[in-house]
Design a protein around this ligand. Sequence first.
Ligand SMILES: [Zn+2]
Length: 315
Amino acid sequence: MCGILGFQSDGKKRNRAEWRAVEAIFRSLFALNETRGGHGCGLLVSRAKKPTVVRHAVRADEFMTEAIDQMRCDDGVLSMVGHTRYATGSKRGSKQCHPFKDGHLRGFHNGVIGNDSDFGKFDVDSKAIWKAMREHGFDGIEKLNGWAALVWRDETDKRAMYLFRDGAPLAFSKQNGILWFSSDPKHLQLALGLKEEPKQLLEGYVYRAENATMTKVSDMIVMGARQTYQTSYVYGEKYTWKGREDYSALEGDVVVADDPGLATLETCEFCGDPTDRADMELAEFSGTGYFVCESCFAEAEDGLWEVNGKAIDFI
Ligand SMILES: [Zn+2]
């Protein structure tokens, strides 16, 4: 288990006190995240031009002291991502700490990849992800066996950040124009002072975020472990993958076809209608993201969804 946490700014100017508040939340999330991995840490600060990267095989408390200057925020910061590593079977050095770079891609992974050797010889399984995606685009994710939450930066699209999850958690919430995300929804709830646990990204889709606005940019992607085990997909069932009996990527999903990896029903959070996962859109209302059906999304776009005279905007 590892953990990913961070934020993306809406690009608006903030004063020193406002940025200090953002820094404080980021540092709280980082500290909480130490529970998900104590073998190493990583930091990626994205600015319009060159990003800053810090990696060190130390625990989060020590890392946060070392990287105190790099964690300072100002109007030039587009996004900041942190990672705490729990080494699963590979070395525990600083070179094995995320983020990893392959060509124009640089990113963080929480999860396990079982077939990294299909893509080359790597000292950490996660490195195969970025090679697979550099060679095959988003389709590269589908060629990987395992599970993942991913957050990455593309040098050909510097203002954007990309997020994806399949079988691993990744929660998000927007507050004061900042899009926050964290592997552990409870950490986000605590750090942001939310009454309820924030939502997680819909599984199996790549989201592109720019200026704290998220857009779905891929068709459904099913990772290898799901493809292999789709015959055992039953509501809430736990099954075994590589000896992990607790792995249940689709727990809670309602399976409606023999091809469950591609046909799962979710519930529209506005009208309550059952909706195919592939047709779900992400709408924002009062700072919270909602997964809604296409017709509710269209109504919202037409300005029909209003409360207190304020139309819904979208992430
Ligand atoms: Zn609806």
